[in-house]
Design a protein around this ligand. Structure first.
Ligand code: PRP
Ligand code: URA
Length: 210
């Protein structure tokens, strides 16, 4: 079974508190999603490999560390995942960016894929799938399946808010994909498939479409 990790740094918890508040403006919501994504990326990238290199500092010769190993692709699930990309790329500037367009049917809650474009060498990259919300898990599962179909092998899922149902569904379908969240599991999904207490519709709050 994959790991479910809550990155419960006080700064993340505080920013998430503001994000959940229904009175938070679109601008603040957008800024906070990016800030939290950046802070999370620090922890999600903790297992990146390092190698020794020799350099000359202004004072002496030294053996120091630099990143080696797999290159990274950040893959947002559209639309709401887009809000997390800049934050992650601030910390991992060499990352390539793929896109997977997915919308949930409001009645059936079934996800529908409408767009996919990935870096050509996706099979060699460590892929960080980003989406603020993990509700039923349908969108994340389908996005991961689409990535695996195109050869991706090293996949992590990074979300802000997760329902128990979604974590269970992704762990059952993809035991190789570790999940990172900004908060401990929320309580449940309501009859409309919204996470309770959650933060509402992440896409609409990010882009001001409602
Ligand atoms: C939201 C969210 C996830 C999905 C989560 O997207 O950003 O992608 O729902 O729900 P699930 O776990 O039950 O699949 P939505 O379909 O509302 O599209 P949007 O980002 O374009 O608003
Ligand atoms: N998608 C959202 O944007 N919010 C939820 O609570 C569930 C799915």
């Amino acid at each position: 079974m994959s790991k479910f990790t809550v990155i419960n740094h006080p700064l993340i918890q505080h920013k998430l508190r503001i994000l959940r508040d229904k009175n938070t403006s679109t601008k603040d919501f957008r800024d906070l999603v990016n800030e939290i994504a950046m802070l999370m990326a620090y922890e999600v990238s903790r297992d990146m490999q390092l190698e020794d290199v020799e350099i000359d500092t202004p004072v002496a010769h030294a053996t120091v560390k630099q990143l080696t190993g797999k290159k990274v692709a950040v893959v947002p699930i559209l639309r709401a995942g887009l809000g997390m990309v800049d934050g992650v790329v601030k910390l991992i500037p060499a990352a390539r960016i793929g896109h997977i367009g997915m919308y949930r049917d409001e009645k059936t809650l079934e996800p529908h894929e409408y767009f996919i474009k990935l870096p050509e060498d996706i099979e060699k990259r460590e892929v960080i799938v980003v989406d603020p919300m993990l509700a039923t898990g349908g969108s994340a599962k389908d996005a991961i399946a689409a990535l695996k179909k195109r050869g991706a092998k090293y996949i992590k899922l990074m979300v802000l808010v997760a329902a128990p149902e979604g974590v269970k569904a992704v762990q059952a379908a993809d035991p190789d994909v570790d999940i990172y969240a900004a908060a401990a599991l929320d309580d449940h999904l309501n009859q409309n498939g919204y996470i309770v207490p959650g933060l509402g519709d992440a896409g609409d709050r990010l882009f001001g479409t409602k």
